[in-house]
Design a protein around this ligand. Structure first.
Ligand SMILES: Nc1ncnc2c1ncn2[C@@H]1O[C@H](COP(=O)(O)OP(=O)(O)OP(=O)(O)O)[C@@H](O)[C@H]1O
Ligand SMILES: [Mg+2]
Length: 200
């Protein structure tokens, strides 16, 4: 049962909050991450916006929360936002309506790395708007991660009004988690370089 739910979620890994090094970036909102991990927000139909610097663990935390939700019996859908939205545009009408249902019906939707590519296409912006509006009506939670500041979203959507109506609904019942700090990816890269240097 749990395994089926994990597969349906399309998560590609099973990260947890305990395998996260909370000392690396001491300013991260640790408490709020664990609060999210209790999944109370799903029952409340609240959203979570995890925003901040690249490589600080936003996707890790979002996936950990999503994974926990699959374990506790929720239907979850994890989406790498930019890639998935671009793929959606290429689908047939039947494929698109099936995909849309899969974004709208689960208890929890994770839109990971939104606006990674900055400007998204008009079709992607409309898709995002549909998803947010429909889930808002159903009081169904969304977790968004992005390294773009919210005030720039209108710009990336190519339409300020659309940015406002999307944000309005996302933020109405939402927690905001800000991830300040240095990139863990750079730390890992530096460690690899150091290793190569000692091997040479
Ligand atoms: N404090 C940490 N402890 C352990 N692993 C970490 C930590 N922070 C990040 N990582 C790991 O570093 C990699 C990058 O983190 P992640 O993808 O979550 O960053 P992000 O904030 O989503 O970045 P981006 O804005 O570029 O999407 C992942 O493999 C993640 O598991
Ligand atoms: Mg990320």
């Amino acid at each position: 049962m749990t395994e089926r739910r994990f597969k349906q979620s399309r998560l590609d890994e099973r990260p947890t909050l305990t395998d996260f090094d909370w000392r690396f970036n001491p300013k991260l909102p640790r408490q709020a991450c664990f609060e999210l991990h209790t999944l109370k927000f799903i029952g409340e139909g609240a959203n979570a916006l995890i925003l901040g610097k690249p490589g600080t663990g936003k996707s890790h935390v979002a996936k950990a929360v999503a994974f926990q939700a699959t374990l506790l019996g929720h239907d979850v859908r994890y989406v790498e936002a930019d890639t998935e939205f671009a793929r959606f545009a290429l689908g047939s009408p039947q494929e698109q309506s099936a995909a849309l249902r899969a974004y709208i019906e689960p208890d929890l939707l994770v839109l990971d790395d939104l606006f990674l590519a900055r400007r998204i296409s008009d079709a992607s912006a409309e898709l995002l708007q549909t998803i947010v509006h429909q889930r808002y009506k159903r009081r169904a939670s969304i977790v968004v991660t992005s390294n773009r500041i919210v005030s720039d979203w209108g710009k990336y959507l190519g339409d300020a009004t659309m940015g406002t109506t999307i944000l309005d609904r996302l933020m109405h019942r939402a927690v905001m988690l800000e991830f300040e700090g240095k990139s863990y990816r750079l730390k890992e890269a530096a460690a690899r370089i150091a290793l190569t240097a000692t091997e040479a």
